[in-house]
Ligand binder design. Sequence first.
Ligand code: EPU
Length: 335
Amino acid sequence: MNLQQNISLKNYNTFGISVNAKRFISVTSVYELQQLLKTEKDLFLLSGGSNMLLTKDIKKLVVHIDIKGISIDREDNNDVYLTVNAGENWHEFVLWCISNNYGGIENLSLIPGNVGTCPIQNIGAYGVEVKDTITKVEALEIKTGKLHLFPNEVCEFGYRNSIFKNAEKGKYIITSVSFLLTRKNHQLNTSYGAIETELTSKNITKPSLKDVSDAVIAIRKSKLPDPKEIGNSGSFFKNPVISKNQFLELQKENPNMPNYPVSETEVKVPAGWLVEQSGFKGKRFGDAGIHEKQALVLVNYGNASGLEIHQLAQKIQETVSKNFGISLEIEVNVI
Ligand code: EPU
């Protein structure tokens, strides 16, 4: 463990925001983390930095979780059980699975971030959520330094949500995630319109895992900015769920409003559509902006501060609320 002082976190968050970390340490094993917890409890945890907006300097000890390694726990004819350490890059893990013909997470290709944080917000895209393949999450309790296992059923997974964002928030450090993936009879999910279109355009009728992954990568690249080129944190807002009654009222004025029924009484509306209809898509205010191809993504063109991006988000929230009576909830962690 190597303690560094007064470093910029610009390269440690996908928004590319420069704030100062007074003290910074990288840990590469559970043992190191346990040693650290004996003396330090008030930590600022940093993993892939892909779901956070930093608005101020960090005074706490910043702990970069850099624990690597993938192990195969069990394999039979049809399935494979894997445990992946928290510091593995998510997309590299997905590609590794595809090259080994392990199915289940191909639709989650190219999502930024690390494996250790994927359960926290239950990452999801193109009809698949990571909760469908997770068997358990292992985490260190900060108070005691002890390892705890959270089987899937106790993780309270929901849309961009889990127990780690609610009851257990701030109490644990996720050290590894275990998955159950298929080796045969893969259950491909290609029902999402854009995937079908992409596969059809390539004349693929019997897609492989790689075909689906390639299709997802092509779609994401066409719509979402690459954080290496333009700082961003993916979807900045959650897609709001509103009552069916409110939706029916809004539909009278907006007959083309996209919508997805959630239950008999509730409807999900895409935040990207609401932001676009409010006139923000592609707009730029200094170095803070709204992506030109996906209005749900706020971007940092270079030197925007976290506060500037947060102010822009608030302006969007106010306008959407005024126009549609819908309050948009921020999905990334604002710090
Ligand atoms: N839309 C607009 N304008 C926009 C963006 C979207 O009108 O600028 C409309 C589209 O026309 C479409 C609808 O909104 O009718 C849905 O758009 P899209 O399929 O692009 O998906 P999304 O709801 O905007 C969600 C996830 C993404 C995920 C995609 C694909 C959330 C908050 N976002 O976006 O996740 O990749 O579905 O499954 O649920 C992320 O979390 O970082 C992320 C990128």
